[in-house]
Ligand binder design. Sequence first.
Ligand SMILES: Cc1cc2nc3c(=O)[nH]c(=O)nc-3n(C[C@H](O)[C@H](O)[C@H](O)COP(=O)(O)OP(=O)(O)OC[C@H]3O[C@@H](n4cnc5c(N)ncnc54)[C@H](O)[C@@H]3O)c2cc1C
Length: 380
Amino acid sequence: MKIYDVLILGAGASGLMCASHLDKKLSTAIVDINSKVAKKLKISGGGKCNITSVHVSEDNFDGDNDFIAYSLSQFSKEDLLEYLHVNSLEPEIRKNRYYFCKHSSDEIIDILKKNSSQAEILLNRDILHVEKKDELFQVKTSKDILQAKKLIVATGAKSFATLGASDIGLKIANSFDIKTKEFTPALVGLTVQKEQFWMKDLSGLSCYVNIHVEGKILKEEMLFAHKGISGPAVLSASLYWKKGNISIDFLPNVNIQELVTGSKKLVSSVIPLPKRLSKAILEALHVEDIECKKLDHKTIEKLKNIHNYEFAPAGNFGFTKAEVCRGGVLTDELNFATLESLHVENLYFIGEVVDVTGELGGYNFQWAFSSGVTCARSIV
Ligand SMILES: Cc1cc2nc3c(=O)[nH]c(=O)nc-3n(C[C@H](O)[C@H](O)[C@H](O)COP(=O)(O)OP(=O)(O)OC[C@H]3O[C@@H](n4cnc5c(N)ncnc54)[C@H](O)[C@@H]3O)c2cc1C
């Protein structure tokens, strides 16, 4: 039976980027359950893949800051853009913040495929179980048993199971007594409690907000949905939300007190939001929609909560809608400079299977790529 120098489990973003940076002399194979590589990359960013962000720092992630910072320093946003440039891909910047492929995610997938072409791609294989015997890893798949000296687990997390996602990475870690945190949905819409059902009635409307959650402020669009609330600001907020209250500033760039002072118009008419939304917010704040001039001090104080609408969401839209998962292999279990297990020699974990999760905006691919390259460079 062939013994590979390196076997990568998962032909997604981190696995392919890792393979593309491995020494080409190493005999390498990449295993995946799907019939094609990089299925999540393909559909990401609406089919154009939000590759990274203009501003990337460890603060954009939920996880151990020092651990994350090291991989980001090894393969930074600038390094990623240079790698793409050398391969003739010039991503475009949207909203002054996010890098996307110009035409299609295939632009980056083709680069990753070309640069990892030394590796055998073993598709249509469900990874079932891993053992280590006599310094060799034995990987049982639905088709065969594969052997390798070094094993890199790049199987991602379990949201969007229709794309091949699973929690096999955690099962492999646990089978080696490596500690993990269960996956939970993140970058996902939030459901609301009865008191906030008014939000569901506004389904389809969106507005720019600031959301305050667990000491973070997320500044982006929010979308009202028939299941609750969604849109970029809410998805990023979901990353930090831990069951408690969140607070929404519906008018982050204006001062409501200044707007209403001295105006003869109705309150709903001076609020620079869609009328239906303004009226619904006023109702939620228990403020009558009267002439601004007639507002008394107490009512203005209530109205000021338009900058601080505080409530506890009920839950989230679940794994089928979540772009990523929180949780994974605990970073305490890994060498930050190599991503190798501290206890099991030659066993590595990269990408989303590690307990590092980025905000919306290309941070999760940046992590997948940075951790993949950091690991690849440590393997000689
Ligand atoms: C709809 C959607 C849109 C997204 N858009 C963006 C975006 O624009 N920007 C961004 O930064 N992030 C985005 N993400 C998140 C991003 O796709 C992931 O964080 C990233 O792909 C993680 O890379 P990875 O290599 O760790 O895992 P993946 O890319 O998920 O790769 C894991 C691979 O392992 C394989 N695998 C899993 N289990 C098994 C098994 N049992 N047997 C065999 N193979 C298995 C899977 O088939 C998969 O190919 C999006 C996610 C989704 C779901």
